[in-house]
Write a protein that binds this ligand. Structure first.
Ligand code: CUA
Length: 338
């Protein structure tokens, strides 16, 4: 009910018009009914009299046929118009931001072909620029829904669905998968983070893959980096820089490149802080029941606390390396860690 941008506004306008018309019809009908009840109620004096008997009224019958047709036309015309305006497939132009969105059980992959960026669960967009989403699913049906920006659109395996919208103001727009996709469906959230053009460019800049190939000098971070491979995180997750060597096939789990730039963790259900990240790593099922992330530490593992702290510190450092002391990751690092 608080629309941002032309698509959501058109949808709300249609809803408001439908309600206005419905309320008018309701008030009119109830008024006539109230009038009839009062005006023609049975009076004591004529308690047993038989009312005036008649059959057929051409004017009334024509009226009762025409009025509903008018009401249907008043709803149908704007509805069809709005559907054509908002659902129409567009051909992206140079000015548009095209993002490929893939739904997974239970997270979102966002790919920016223009910038070579792959990220998850947070869709960064500039304000006042048309965003054209190409929607696909890797497994079951999902539905992309950011209530303030646009209506729902399903993600269907092997079908190219499209959704476009424009965010007029900077800010966080909250999204949620709106198609029951089992397991952690209720926790399949995401965020659309709209910012001014210059801030968006800064994000793209910060995402630069060259920068992602460094690791901060902090010993805790370095230890986390080693553990990240040792504990098997790299079996499922990519961190750019040593992806090619470590990955087997196309990972069906979130790309963690520049993870430190994210504001949320576990498909936008919690803020991306050291504390939440540790809780997530320690017991992913407690935070997001039904998801595929395993618990990597046995109950009572004496090293758990220290290892979890280090991996969380490493993940938070990604994309925000202390560049003065950072060193580049090498494939030898990855081999060694194996
Ligand atoms: Cu994806 Cu519900």
């Amino acid at each position: 009910m608080d629309p941002a941008g032309p698509i959501a506004q058109a949808q709300l306008d249609l809803l408001v018009w439908s309600y206005q018309l419905s309320i008018f019809v309701m008030v009119a009908t109830f008024s006539v009914m109230a009038f009839v009840i009062v005006r023609y109620r049975r009076k004591r004096a004529e308690a047993n009299a038989i009312p005036n008997q008649f059959h057929g009224s051409t004017a009334l019958e024509i009226g009762l046929a025409i009025v509903p047709v008018i009401i249907v036309i008043l709803v149908a015309v704007p509805t069809v118009q709005t559907i054509f305006e908002t659902e129409q497939r567009v051909t992206p132009t140079e000015e548009d931001l095209v993002v490929k969105v893939t739904g997974y059980q239970w997270w979102w992959k966002f790919e920016y072909p223009e910038y070579g960026i792959t990220t998850a669960n947070e869709l960064h967009i500039p304000t006042d620029r048309r965003v054209v989403l190409q929607l696909d699913s890797a497994d079951v049906l999902h539905s992309f829904w950011v209530p303030r920006l646009a209506g729902k659109r399903d993600l269907i395996p092997n079908q190219d669905n499209q959704l476009w919208f424009i965010a007029p103001e900077a800010g966080n727009y909250y999204g949620q998968c709106a198609e029951l996709c089992l397991g952690a469906h209720a926790y399949m959230k995401f965020r659309v983070i709209a910012s001014e053009e210059s801030d968006f460019d800064a994000w793209v800049e910060a995402f630069d893959i060259e920068g992602a190939q460094t690791i901060a000098a902090d010993p805790l971070v370095q230890r986390g980096y080693t553990l990240f491979a040792q504990k098997g995180c790299t079996t499922c997750h990519t961190v750019d820089g040593y992806r090619a060597d470590m990955q087997v096939g196309n990972p069906a789990f979130p790309d963690l490149t520049n993870f430190g730039l994210r504001t949320t963790v576990a498909a936008a259900i919690a803020d991306n802080t050291q504390e939440n990240l540790e809780a997530w790593l320690r017991d992913p099922q407690a935070m997001k029941p039904g998801n595929y992330m395993p618990t990597l530490w046995q109950e009572g593992d004496p090293n758990a606390d220290a290892e979890i702290e280090a991996i969380a510190a490493y993940l938070l450092s990604l994309g925000q390396p202390d560049t003065t002391e950072a060193r580049a990751l090498t494939l030898e690092d990855a081999h060694g860690d194996r």
